[in-house]
Design a protein around this ligand. Structure first.
Ligand code: SF4
Ligand code: SF4
Ligand code: SF4
Length: 291
């Protein structure tokens, strides 16, 4: 027996957060949730909305958002209105800037260097859903531990902090060395020595020194481009390191502008950057930033 398709508003299907399901009579609705942050009240309401529209289980995605599987397309309009009202609107999943992910950073993690949640929210506000020739995932880790695997995203941002050896009197107690996982700091002849070549700028050695001999330089933001997960994983390459959240927004703006103007639809971004040669891409972004 041939199943009758329900009448659906096709315009809604052009929206990135609505994904055609295996069963073509139904769809998946993905939400927008920058940094994966949601209040208890919003979370409760998401559950209530899901139940109201017959969703049996909500799925948590890898990009720190949620999706409703098996939604009846004829109910999309009121469902989307309810989600919008709850502050958890429709997300994105096509050739566009999709949900921005972040760890909790300085708000809650003892290793945090930058306020990655605030940065994710700012990036979301400015760039979420922008139509592009390729999908752009942006992820932020507040320190080089990289819990968000940010370098496996088209744009990755990592908080870093350089340790600075104060000329004060080091007792050679070795406490700081104990905290360094990179063996980038050691006590030689009773005084501490830093090896910048090995240092990841995680800042873990700064706080433990009982005599404050190791100070932290101001936090910085390391930006990588061209990372990718999935079928052909690739680690993003270092583009630039900047000093403020505003600088990050400016650089992301230039990268997205470049993708909008120069990238093509038939290849993933990392491959396009390989073809172009990364140094040329880096040069053109640097010129745009300076220009
Ligand atoms: S990346 Fe660093 S700051 Fe973020 S959660 Fe992991 S350890 Fe904490
Ligand atoms: S900043 Fe991190 S990697 Fe560098 S010396 Fe300190 S603990 Fe080691
Ligand atoms: S820098 Fe501080 S923690 Fe490290 S060896 Fe010297 S006194 Fe100890």
């Amino acid at each position: 027996m041939v199943r009758q398709r329900r009448p659906i508003n096709q315009d809604l299907f052009s929206k990135g957060g609505i994904i055609t399901e295996r069963d073509p009579d139904f769809c998946i609705v993905r939400l927008r949730m920058p940094a994966g942050m949601i209040s208890p009240a919003q979370l409760k309401e998401v559950g209530e909305i899901a139940a109201r529209y017959g969703v049996e289980k909500v799925h948590l995605t890898t990009r720190q958002t949620m999706e409703f599987p098996h939604v009846d397309p004829s109910k999309l309009e009121p469902l989307l209105a309810d989600l919008e009202k709850n502050g958890t609107p429709l997300g994105a999943e096509r050739q566009e800037v999709v949900n921005v992910t972040s760890c909790l950073g300085t708000r809650n993690c003892k290793f945090g260097i930058i306020d990655s949640v605030a940065l994710a929210e700012e990036i979301d506000k400015k760039f979420f859903g922008k139509d592009l020739p390729v999908k752009v995932r942006i992820a932020i880790s507040s320190c080089p531990n990289g819990c968000e695997s940010e370098r496996l995203n088209e744009i990755g941002i990592t908080g870093i902090q350089k340790p600075i050896r104060d000329p004060g009197l080091c007792t050679g107690c070795g406490t700081c060395c104990h905290y360094c996982r990179e063996k980038a700091i050691e006590v030689i002849d009773g005084i501490v020595v830093l090896h910048p070549g090995k240092c990841m700028e995680c800042g873990f050695c700064i706080l433990p020194c009982p005599f404050h001999i190791i100070q932290g330089a101001p936090p910085e933001y390391k930006i990588t481009v061209g990372g990718h997960r999935g079928r052909h994983p690739k680690i993003g390459r270092h583009l630039i390191t900047v000093k403020t959240q505003e600088d990050v927004i400016r650089v992301v703006d230039k990268i997205i502008y470049w993708i909008y103007r120069q990238a093509s639809t038939d290849m993933m971004l990392p491959e396009q950057l390989d073809e172009l040669e990364f140094d040329k891409f880096k040069q053109s972004i640097t010129q745009m930033i300076e220009g």
